[in-house]
Design a protein around this ligand. Structure first.
Ligand SMILES: [Fe+2]
Length: 494
């Protein structure tokens, strides 16, 4: 969708006439040049001073600037500098009545595209302006085409990122790169207009606080008005009292007609001002970013709802088993330490939480008389108890969201030596989720009280697990467990 919008803007750009700004302090010369340029497809704007030229350069996207070298008290060289500041892509053509080689070299060195020696004829003027305007059009189309490719890649990346923090970082990093910014911030707002969450990237930590404050104020203003804002260096100076900001652009993030917040970009090193053309591009980027932020939020709400369901199921398991209260939570707390020691990422740890909370869900199918028996189980009773991993797996396998918990539920009673249940898998054939949970589940069982026996101490449980490394348990997981326990012994969880 965003690619179509850029293509539409590319086609619109082809239809829009290029703007040619003519600067001369003599009104009669302006009139002659205006007349000479009639018949071409350009919009011609006239300025009789540097101040008049400045106003146009700040407000409109200019393709070609045609300026006299002498402008009363001002100089054509100042027009070059101001054009480079506000319209870095525009082509500058200097008109001079005193042609010397040095003069020519000097203006070209200063960044002028070409120069015309007065008096010049209409054909020479038209040809020079046309050459400059064609060059600008070609460069703009190239930039837009690059943007299409770039935005296509960005859209793909943003669409596949659902983690909220990673998505916001991707948006900020992309904005800094694509819009040549030194600071970028996303301010997400609540319904009452107050900033709810913000995230930023800043290339210079020394001015981070100044830029953040400026950006927050801008976010509240733009969110309230619902319109984008470009702020130049002078305006930024008035607002902050410091000459730190060269240019700033703030775009509201809209999704389904609502303002989610703003995307702010600030230049502190790059002297070029943001242009209205860049604002158009930023608005397309922000539209895509807003949709993805909204999707990510919806996904997050859905995930929270699912986790609430998991917590409710976990409570249901514990409510039935009066002797193991808090077992699932303790297992989860210890297991996460091991998983981090094994270098697991956030997504896998999230699945682990689900698995740890639900691993005994199949006990729901075990009769109370067996589950809460105040003594050791008979072989027949134990056979029923041993079915809980398969019962649990069959309960969750049809619920796609709970599927990551399956290997924890099904394999947490398998043994590394192949003598476990329900399948009797051996060694690495047991999925890592099962090998990991087996260690923690056993540790918690040894240390917990039962009605017919008192729980053993942590030291004894550790020794028992160490003694069974390589037989009952995976040695690698035991090593990670021991490292994790050592760290947690200072923690009140145990
Ligand atoms: Fe179990």
């Amino acid at each position: 969708m965003i690619v179509n919008e850029i293509l539409a803007s590319l086609n619109k750009a082809k239809e829009d006439p290029e703007l040619v700004l003519v600067v001369d302090d003599e009104a009669s010369i302006l009139e002659v040049i205006d007349e000479m340029l009639q018949g071409l497809t350009y919009e011609v704007v006239l300025a009789q001073s540097l101040a008049e030229a400045d106003k146009i350069l700040k407000d409109k996207e200019v393709a070609v600037v045609l300026t006299d070298l002498v402008l009363g008290a001002d100089s054509g060289v100042d027009v070059i500098f101001h054009t480079q500041k506000y319209q870095p892509n525009a082509k500058i053509i200097l008109m001079t009545g005193k042609p010397t080689i040095q003069n020519a070299i000097s203006v070209l060195k200063n960044g002028a595209y070409d120069y015309l020696v007065k008096p010049f004829d209409m054909e020479t003027l038209k040809a020079t302006v046309k050459r400059g305007a064609d060059q600008v059009r070609l460069e703009r189309e190239n930039i837009r085409l690059n943007e299409i490719m770039s935005f296509y890649k960005i859209s793909e990346a943003m669409g596949s990122e659902i983690d909220p923090d990673r998505l916001l970082k991707l948006i900020l990093d992309t904005a800094v790169r694509e819009f040549n910014a030194d600071f970028a911030a996303l301010h997400l707002i609540r319904r009452d207009g107050r900033i709810n969450k913000q995230k930023s990237v800043c290339k210079d930590i020394n001015i981070y606080e100044i830029l953040t404050k400026f950006s927050q104020d801008l976010a509240e203003e733009v969110s309230y008005k619902g319109k984008p804002l470009i702020i130049n260096d002078q305006e930024a100076y008035i607002r902050t009292g410091m000459r730190v900001i060269k240019s700033s652009i703030c775009q509201p993030l809209m999704a389904k007609g609502k303002i989610l917040g703003t995307l702010n970009l600030i230049r502190t090193k790059t002297p070029h001002q943001y242009t209205t053309g860049q604002l158009t591009t930023l608005s397309l980027f922000a539209a895509k970013a807003a949709i993805e932020i909204e999707n990510s939020k919806l996904y997050q709400d859905l995930e929270d709802a699912y986790f609430d369901t998991v917590a409710a199921l976990s409570n249901a398991i514990e409510a039935r088993d009066r002797y193991t209260g808090g077992h699932n939570e303790r297992v989860w707390q210890i297991t996460i330490g091991i998983a981090k020691g094994l270098g697991w990422g956030d997504d896998k740890v999230k699945e682990l939480k689900m698995g740890a909370m639900l691993h005994d869900i199949g006990k729901i199918g075990v009769p109370d008389a067996i589950l809460n028996k105040p003594g050791p189980l008979t072989p027949q009773e134990f056979a029923i108890m041993k079915r809980h991993p398969e019962v649990g797996a069959s309960m969750v396998e049809k619920i796609t969201f709970l599927n990551p918990a399956l290997p924890y539920i099904l394999y947490h009673h398998e043994r590394y030596d192949g003598h476990g249940y329900p399948i009797g898998l051996r060694g690495e054939d047991i999925p890592i989720q099962g090998r990991l949970l087996a260690v923690v589940d056993t540790f918690d069982a040894i240390t917990s009280d039962r009605p017919y026996r008192k729980g053993k101490g942590v030291d004894k449980a550790i020794t028992e697990i160490q003694n069974n490394a390589g037989s009952q348990f995976d040695s690698g997981v035991v090593a990670a467990f021991l490292a994790s326990i050592e760290y947690m012994e200072t923690d009140p969880v145990l």
